[in-house]
Design a protein around this ligand. Structure first.
Ligand code: URA
Length: 430
């Protein structure tokens, strides 16, 4: 088959700072997925994009071209509006777990395609897989059956959604081009738009424990993604939220399920509850549903939807969760106020305890992680427990403790804290 362009011409155009045409973008994304554009050529193009950027038209077109390489899901058979949420990820971010059944209990359809964790970020599927029997891999028909049963589903994204992204993301990972905002925004949004929900709320995290630690870059990413979503006909909003301190008190897998159940039962740490409710309100507003997410919790309906969702995916919602074999308690070295608790250090320590994986094929220890007993601003007495480290292998405590060294402080200068919700971007944001 004769090709519309020569790969090198597209690379040179971007290398020299020129705009790529719609036809060039459509072709290069498709030809890369077909194997006609080689990895080394796409690497050069990705680097040129990282260095010279893309304008809004190019980013939107690139996203559409990635979506076109795969299938797009469709929930129009459901009478209820469909709405989804995506988080750029953070330490202790278990928001999806309580959020999906809460929003489903308020009358929406919530198809939540999620991933596994790599590095110190936990993955939603890893957390859910702490539940005995629960299955992440569902066919499209099974996914719809779960939605009919419970209004919500949390499952793995199939290979059919934006396959170009899968290939390109692996390449970016080994070519120093992950950081390009046009490529991050199109990567996330191609998958989210292909998922087929009519509304989307993005939780873009910033702070030392976030993928976008720098606020101006997080703002640019959020603005770019909101624009891509709305241009594609998906009502999209974003909250830029704090990830300077872990979210909630649990950092791990099974213990994050435990904490999510506390929220569904009407308790849970305040920061987590506040963020879940803020995101739920945005999702319901986008979906045009006049329902109160707090009432969905207090009435017990959100918990009913959770139980139905977990059961429909083969899980036993009442089975005990895995527990780590060993514990190590870290106590306050002195009496005073806990002034610092860095999300990054806590996240890496939990990963060293076995809660995360270093390579895609690694197994994780579902019971491993860290329970925090204090957050910045809390008064603690000397010897009082600050956190409990959990691991299946006692040898993991030493590297985890080394990672925590310097990540918390009692009685020092208070760390600069970010407000929980830093900024809100809606359909009218330009
Ligand atoms: N997550 C994604 O899905 N893609 C990126 O490029 C970065 C984070």
């Amino acid at each position: 088959m004769s090709e519309a362009f020569a790969p090198v011409d597209v690379i040179i155009a971007k290398r020299d700072g020129r705009e790529l045409s719609d036809a060039q973008i459509d072709w290069v994304v498709d030809a890369y997925t077909r194997g006609v554009v080689a990895d080394e050529q796409m690497s050069a193009l990705a680097m040129a994009i990282l260095l010279n950027g893309m304008n809004e038209r190019e980013i939107v077109r690139w996203t559409e071209a990635m979506i076109a390489t795969g299938t797009r899901m469709d929930f129009s058979e459901f009478p209820a509006p469909s709405v989804d949420k995506h988080s750029t990820g953070g330490v202790g971010d278990k928001v999806t777990l309580p959020l999906v059944p809460i929003v489903a209990a308020c009358g929406a359809i919530v198809p939540q395609l999620s991933g596994r964790g790599l590095g110190y970020f936990g993955g939603t599927l890893d957390k859910m897989e702490s539940i005995l029997g629960w299955r992440a891999l569902l066919s499209n028909d099974e996914m719809k059956d779960v939605l009919h049963a419970s209004g919500g589903v949390i499952c793995a994204a199939g290979d059919g959604l934006a396959p170009a992204d899968k290939k390109l993301y692996s390449l970016r990972d080994v070519t120093g081009t992950v950081e390009a905002i046009p490529l991050i925004a199109s990567s996330i949004m191609s998958k989210k738009i292909a998922e087929g929900a009519r509304g989307l709320v993005l939780d873009v995290k910033t702070g030392n424990g976030a993928f976008m630690s720098d606020l101006p870059r997080a703002q640019t990413l959020a603005r770019t993604m909101v624009k891509i979503g709305n241009d594609a006909g998906v009502r999209t909003r974003a909250l830029i939220t704090a990830m300077d301190v872990p979210l909630g008190l649990a950092v791990g897998n099974a213990i994050e399920v435990t904490e999510s159940l506390e929220v569904l039962a009407g308790g849970g740490p305040q920061d987590l509850v506040d963020l879940v409710l803020a995101l739920a309100r945005e999702m319901l507003d986008i979906a045009g549903l006049d329902a109160d997410p707090e009432q969905a919790i207090t009435s017990g309906r959100a918990m009913d939807h959770w139980n139905a969702m977990v059961s429909a995916q083969g899980g036993d919602p009442h089975a005990s969760l895995p527990r780590a074999k060993h514990e190590h308690v870290v106590t306050a070295p002195t009496t005073g106020t806990l002034t610092t608790l860095q999300a990054y250090g806590v996240g890496v320590a939990a990963w060293r305890l076995g809660a995360g994986r270093a390579r895609k094929e690694d197994a994780i220890a579902h019971g491993a992680g860290i329970w925090l007993h204090a957050k910045p601003g809390d008064h603690v007495a000397q010897g009082q427990p600050l956190m409990t480290l959990l691991a299946d292998d006692e040898q993991r405590f030493e590297p985890a403790l080394a990672e925590l060294d310097g990540s918390y402080e009692v009685g020092g200068e208070p760390m600069d804290r970010l407000p929980l919700i830093i900024e809100r971007l809606d359909e009218n944001t330009t």
